[in-house]
Ligand binder design. Sequence first.
Ligand SMILES: CC(C)(COP(=O)(O)OP(=O)(O)OC[C@H]1O[C@@H](n2cnc3c(N)ncnc32)[C@H](O)[C@@H]1OP(=O)(O)O)[C@@H](O)C(=O)NCCC(=O)NCCS
Length: 436
Amino acid sequence: MPHTDPQAALAERGLVLRQLTQSGDSAAENPAVARQYRTVERGFYEEPPTGEALDQWLGLSREDGRRFLGVYPQGTDPAQTDPVGTFVDFVKGLHVGGGREVPAWLISNVTVSPTHRRRGILRAMMGASIQTAADRGHPVAALTASEGGIYSRFGFGVANSFRSIEVDVAGGLPLRGPAPTGSVRLVEPRELEGLGEELFRRAYLQTPGSVERTASYRVEETDTNLHRNGGKGTGLYAAVHHDDGGRPRGFVTYRFAGWDKKPQTMEVQSFITTTAQSHRALWQFLGSLDLIDRVTWQAAPDDGLLEAMVVDRRRVRTTFTQDRLWLRVLDLPTALSARLWSQDGALILKVSDSMGWAEGIWRVDVVGGEAAVAPAAGADPDLSMDVAELGSVWLGGISPEVLRQAALVTEHHSGAAAQLGRMLAQDRPVHCMTGF
Ligand SMILES: CC(C)(COP(=O)(O)OP(=O)(O)OC[C@H]1O[C@@H](n2cnc3c(N)ncnc32)[C@H](O)[C@@H]1OP(=O)(O)O)[C@@H](O)C(=O)NCCC(=O)NCCS
């Protein structure tokens, strides 16, 4: 259990943590939530939406089931006062491999006013939120971070990464191997309504370490976000790959970067594929767009698939890599036994957790890929690690052996880190398709 009472820590500073409840989808019905959302946008230096665009956002937020926490000066009315701290949590599926999911507690929209930084507001909001997650039985909390240095102190570890790529397509993008099968059709982005979700769902269940999408992805993909150009469209294009039987297997959405940009560039927004052929066909399609010399994708997986597919792998350049999903184990036995393990074996793990939830010595017995996890106080551990490192290695995206070499995992019996790595390996590359 946490050692401090977050509410008491705030009260000492004349502040109070409130939970806002959203009812209905309009700003008129939800002045406090609308005010909080506008504060979040300003916290990230964005222009906040108003009018119908704000109402649209409130509707999407209700679809996600977002819960709003805000920190306010004591005695103020949230409908008439901007919060000095904002925090949102909600529940979505996390694919833990082999098509299995757990309900993850997602954290988002974290901001603290520049006038109130470094007074423990984030710590108080985080403590209150993950206490609720633990009370409700969610095995893990998850977030994607705007800065890398904030969250490991709260027990979050980086579970996977993404990268930005530039692909040189001047003169086409020759692929190795036979020509892709099926066909690619241009569609209006609005035609992705429903289909985008269906294909995403299938791709998500093929991608361990991925989180279900927030509702806002739908309006971005169909180019119907009212905050952008009043919902009249922003020049987004969409193409769908169908297999030889005419079944949709993948899609891409993309936008021209403008004639002023040299080399002439097409920017990928979404790239969702469910078969090897849809992956090949859509890259071949992107590589053959007239007048385009470069294709960029800001949130590509770091799995080497594109490099393996093209004749000249040097046409693919990584311009940026960054941590993507951060995971915080709350209920260790439930989290570890939720996923299918790739190798049987038995290990004793000693986990330290300054907030208490995963603290202890645990025996993990894997038989037939299923883990039985039980407390083993007093047992001689094979490995020791902090809960943040457990969050990193749990889904197989980060190697325990690498963390041992970084002295973040301590091995008490030789070879135990490598053994844990083999046991946690996934069949498919670990990647999170969603930012939130
Ligand atoms: C990041 C942010 C939310 C921190 O809020 P805060 O209320 O100042 O944080 P707290 O006072 O509760 O600090 C808690 C701990 O985190 C540390 N911390 C806070 N912000 C940090 C940062 N940007 N980098 C590194 N450490 C940070 C504090 O030093 C403190 O550490 P300690 O408890 O070990 O002494 C705030 O600076 C902010 O709003 N930034 C802009 C928006 C943003 O980046 N949001 C994060 C979205 S993922």
